[in-house]
Each structure stands twice: as C-alpha cells, then as structure tokens.
Design a protein around this ligand. Structure first.
Ligand code: Q9C
Ligand code: ZN
Length: 649
C-alpha cells in the first residue's frame, strides 16, 4: 500500500516545468572554525530538505550546480576582485585569508569559499538560461553565498559574487535568447546595493528593491537604498527603491507596494524575463530582518509577478536566517511556481502609515518615468492603516517580539497547504478555498445592537473605527459593502448585559434572547452579505485567537441551524455572541443573527452575569441606527432602548 502510494507520488509531475537547483558543494563555504554564523550551510540544506519532504522536488526538474566561467563574472566584477575570489581558497592564502576577510564588510572566507562562489553564480546562470530558452517555465536556484550586496570590486554583506547581476548580464549578452528587458525584483530585507550599481545606467534592466532602510541606519547603512536613487543617464527611472522607515513590515505592507508600485510599473515595462533576488530575511521570525512576511505573503508576491514575462521567472536565494521561516517561505513559492491556482488575499492587517508615505514618495519620484504612477492615491485607501504598534522602542538587536507567538499565529495557519487526489499541491491555503466557496452564498445578517448603525457595521466589512469605539476593526477580507439593507421586527427580547467591552468601554451591550415570545418585539437591521463575510463578522464579534484557516460557520452549520433554530460555535465559545440563531427566510435567503445561548440567559437571570444599561456612546449608536434607518423617531428610539435596558428578564 505504502509503496504504491510513493510510486504514484513520484510520477506525478507538474504541468508546469519548474526547475530546482541544489548542490551540496555550496555548503563548503563556511566560517573558518565553524563558529556560528547566520549565513551558514544549514540554510540551503533546510530548504532542500523541506522541499523534498513536501514532495516538491519530485515534481520539479532537479539540476546540479555548475561553476560560472570567468568571462561571465567579469561582466559584473573587476579583474582584481575575480582574481581574489578565485585564489582565496588556495593554500597560499591560508595565512592571509582571515585578515583579508576582516578588512571586508561582513565577510568570512575559508577553503571552500571560491568553489561555492563560482557554483552560486554559475547556478543562477544555468537556471536562467534554461528558463530563457523555454526548457523550463520557471526555476528556483537554492544558492549560497548570496550575491546582491557584492559590488564591482568588493565582497560584502555575506556576498562574494553578485549571482543575479551576473546571470542578468549573461541573458542580455546571449542575443539569440531574445531576452532584451529584464525586471529584477529584490525582496531580500536588505538593499541590493551591488545589483543597483551594476545596472545604474542601464535601461534594459529595471531594478526594484524593497528593503529596511530606516533613513540609512539599516545595513548596508548608507543612502544608496533611498527612494531618490532612480538611476542615471539612459537608466534614469529604471531603478526603484522602496525604503521602509521601520521594521515589522508584513504582508499588508509588501502587498500595498506591489499593488501600487511594482505591478503597475511591471505592466508598463513589460519585461521579457523576471529574476528575483529572493532573500527570505523579511520573513516572520527572521533574526536579522525584523519584518513579518508570511509564507502566504511570499506566495502572493510571487503570484502577482507570474502574470508578466509569460511566467518566465527565476528565483535566486539571497538572505534569510531562520531555518524554519526560509523553508516555509521557499515551499510556498515553489507551490506557486508549480501550479497556477488562484491565490487570493489573506491578510487581516493594514499597511503602516509610514508605508503609505513611502509609496506616495516613490510614486512622486518616479511618475515622470512611469505614467501609471501619476495619479494621487485615494484618501480612502491611504487612510486604511495599522494602529500605532504597541512596542515603539526596542533594543536595536531584537524587535522584542514574541517570535513563538508570531510563528504560531502566522505560519501555522498558512502551512496547511492542501494536496488533492492527484497529489498536486494546491497553490492556496485551506483558508482560501473555504472563502471562495462561501463567497457565493448570501445570507441576511440581522443586527439588534450597535451594528444597526450602518457606519458602525461597515467597520466589520471595510475596517475602521467610529466615534465611541475604543478599538479598530480589521474588517472582512471581502470588503464589498452589503448588497441590500432591510429592517424587520421579530418577536424576541432585547436586553443589555455585562459591565464593559473592549470596543465600547464601560456599560452593558445588547443581547437577544435566543428564544422567541409572542409579546416581545425587537427591531433588527438586516444586511445582505456573503457567508464568507458573515464568518469574518463572527470572528470580529467574538474577538478570539481562532486562526480562520477553516470557517467558523460553513454550509453544514447553515443546514443545521435551519433545522435546529440555533447553533453554538465551539471555536468561539468564549465569545459573547457564539450562538448563531436562525430567524427564518427573506426572499429565499436565510436570516441569521448572533447572540448568547440559553445557559447564558440563565446566568443573566441568576445574576451570575450582570445585566447592565448601555453606556451613553453605545446607546447613542443604537439610536442613530434606528433613526437613520427610518424605523423610529429619536424620542421613540430612546424610549425603546430605555425599556429594553430596564425591564427585568
Ligand atoms: N552591524 C544578506 O542578507 N549585517 N546579507 C552586519 C553589522 C550584515 C545581510 C551587521 C547583513 C548582511 C544577503
Ligand atoms: Zn538580506
């Protein structure tokens, strides 16, 4: 049984021809006495092992490394630099090697360094050539030492030869390959200074780098990575830097940069091929990067680039120092290369305010060269920003973050990539597939509390905060407004309980008695939204640590609630609105609300959980909803709320 399974797995190649290059010989470059260093051989071993155990390499064309010829390296580096790197590992240099390295910026050297450097450069050439020729659709070169910091005459930042720059020049110089325009995307957390300098005056190469900069305080700690560095002469406009002002940037920040800078420019530039300086040191958990890109984020960034150059994309590893983070990130990227399944958004966060500032600055700086950048970004868009982070000041060597918590909350839900019967990994997380399923089903979400006021309800869809709210809502993933709004009266009891909430501060909040009684009446505002959006609202109403990799309330739950009248949600049982109640149908669409359950009613009755009148802010919101919704006059609304707040249960 097991053998059959293994056999069928190994024969199921992807429809797309994807190359993967790994070679153990690149592990021979390490610190002289093997003292610990973030840029160590286990990095590429970890990635390779992960891709093998996930069955990825089996679906790819596996290539081994090739040493680059000097003539190709000399297209980027000076003769003295090439001589040094070629000879540095020979015995004659044994006594001088450490001294030479210590005179360089962030470089170590050993007997294996030369070979590894030639293999890394040659490997990127090798995969790039095959993709250019069409023998492969795309490829990933798992190489080290990295390359993007290496300049014409200088090794630095763990980089000896500039692998990506060398491969780029190779492609452009081999005229019969027909590659005349290349986009280099450098998403390593550090600025690709070496690559920038190589193509500074070259309009055939559009170099794009997004990196931590902090006004010149982040490695390589100079102004080269500033957004004002746009290239020169014929290359003016063909160098784009996006310099982060702070650490902690994540999927939302990177995606905003993609959507509002890189992707529009890529469309206009229309590259023949894309090379990615794919460092994974902006990944969540990286010890040097301090950013928070998730594997899912990397998948999205890559997916968005696959629409260009007919998918001819080469990824070359640069930095990335958390073995788990880089392996998961590389895996997510490979899944994108192997399968062109739709990957839709999954981030609940917003970009930082500083991110919008940087995006606007870059667009302003480059709009003379790229007409697609000319428009001002809408205020509505740039006002969607992350709240001021809790930790504003941290020591310089660590972001004082609970990395474990980040890994738990971020990587875990995203590493549940599904494998279907064909053993093809779907390039989407489980969370995406339930979302697309439930995004086609409409329900009426019936509200009886502050959500009756539309601007307040929209916080749960579009994100935001209205007067009186002490907490920002992240919004739903699908931000389309409700398709219809409808008011109805139901025979249920409205009451107010509990002493305070995180959203409204002191005071009780609205609850609905889950059972109906003939003489009770409640005004409800019904929003027609999708079942996917309803899940996001449930999640936000029941502030929980649930990861949303699967839905809280799916189609089975819907059938069940229609039959039973109500359903308690285990996953958010600590939330106050964990009980979904079915209120009938309206034009063939089910009406659902969320409230407490019958055992909570008992606790309210016994006084174990207090009944409590609403705060002024909260009550005003309810009144506004009823009045603006055209249901009651202000006076009527005030007395309606007052009665609900005072009548015993
Ligand atoms: N205070 C790459 O990720 N850090 N290189 C030196 C000195 C060097 C990173 C810190 C970071 C180099 C390819
Ligand atoms: Zn880096």
């Amino acid at each position: 049984m097991e053998a059959v399974e293994t056999a069928s797995r190994s024969t199921s190649r992807s429809l797309r021809r994807v190359g993967i290059l790994y070679d153990e010989r690149m592990c021979r470059h390490h610190t002289p006495d093997d003292e610990p260093h973030p840029e160590n051989p286990n990095r590429i071993r970890a990635i390779w092992n992960k891709l093998q155990s996930a069955g990825i390499s089996q679906r790819c064309e596996v290539l081994s490394a090739k040493e680059a010829e000097d003539k190709y390296i000399l297209s980027v580096h000076g003769k003295s630099h090439v001589d040094l790197i070629r000879n540095i590992s020979s015995q004659q240099y044994n006594s001088r090697r450490n001294r030479i390295a210590s005179n360089l910026n962030s470089i170590y050297l050993n007997e294996g360094s030369s070979e590894a450097a030639y293999l890394a450069a040659g490997s990127v050439i090798e995969v790039a050539k095959r993709v250019a020729k069409g023998e492969l659709d795309s490829a990933f070169a798992i190489v080290r030492p990295p390359g993007h910091h290496a300049e014409h005459d200088e090794a630095m930042g763990f980089c000896l030869y500039n692998n990506v720059a060398i491969a780029t020049n190779f492609l452009l110089n081999e005229k019969e390959l027909g590659i005349n325009k290349i986009l280099i995307v450098d998403w390593d957390v550090h600025h690709g200074n070496g690559t920038q300098k190589t193509f500074w005056k070259d309009p055939r190469v559009l170099f794009f780098s997004v990196h931590r900069h902090e006004f010149g305080n982040f490695y390589p700690s100079n102004d080269d990575g500033d957004y004002t560095m746009i290239g020169e002469g014929p290359g003016a406009g063909y160098n784009i830097n996006v310099p982060w002002e702070n650490g902690r940037c994540g999927d939302a920040d990177y995606l905003a940069v993609w959507d509002h800078i890189l992707i529009p420019v890529a469309k206009q530039f229309n590259p023949d091929m894309i090379l990615i300086s794919a460092g994974f040191d902006a990944a969540v958990g990286d010890p040097l990067g301090g950013c928070r890109v998730t594997p899912y984020g990397y998948a999205m960034l890559l997916r968005k680039l696959m629409d260009f150059a007919r998918g001819k994309i080469v990824l070359a590893l640069e930095g990335g120092y958390n073995l788990t983070s880089i392996s998961n990130s590389a895996l997510a990227c490979m899944e994108v290369l192997l399968d062109e399944k739709t990957v839709t958004g999954s981030t609940e966060a917003y970009p930082f305010e500083s991110t919008w500032r940087v995006i606007r600055a870059v667009r302003q700086e480059l709009k003379a060269f790229w007409s697609v950048l000319a428009d001002e970004l809408p205020t509505k868009l740039i006002s969607q920003k992350a709240p001021i982070p809790k930790i504003l000041i941290s020591s310089c060597d660590s972001e004082a973050e609970d990395v474990e918590e980040l890994l738990q909350g971020v990587i875990r839900p995203l590493s549940t990539l599904r494998v279907d019967e064909d053993r093809r990994v779907l390039a989407e997380s489980a969370s995406v597939s339930w979302r697309s399923d439930l995004s086609n089903i409409d329900i009426w979400y019936a509200t009886f509390g502050s959500n009756m006021w539309k601007p307040r309800f929209l916080c749960y869809i579009e994100g935001g905060q209205v007067d009186g709210m002490q907490k920002l809502c992240s919004g739903s993933m699908d931000k389309r407004p409700p398709k219809e709004i409808l008011w109805k009266i139901f025979p249920h009891r409205l009451f107010f309980g509990r002493e305070s909430t995180r959203t409204w501060g002191l005071g009780g909040v609205a609850f609905l008695h889950p059972e109906s009684k003939n003489k009770d009446i409640v005004h409800m505002c019904l929003y027609r939204i999708t079942l996917e959006q309803f899940n996001d609202v449930l999640h936000q109403e029941n502030i929980s640590s649930y990861d949303m990799s699967s839905p809280l309330f799916d189609l089975t739950s819907l059938d069940c609630v229609k039959e039973k009248g109500s359903i308690n949600l285990e996953a958010v049982k600590k939330g106050w609105y964990h009980n979904v109640v079915y209120l009938g149908m309206e034009r063939d669409i089910p009406i659902l609300t969320m409230t407490c359950d019958l055992s909570d009613i008992e606790n309210f009755k016994s006084g174990k959980v207090p009944l409590h009148a609403p705060s002024e802010d909260y009550a005003n919101t309810l009144v506004k909803g009823l009045v603006e919704g055209g249901q009651l006059s202000e006076e009527e609304a005030v007395s309606y709320i007052k009665e609900a707040a005072t009548k015993p249960l």
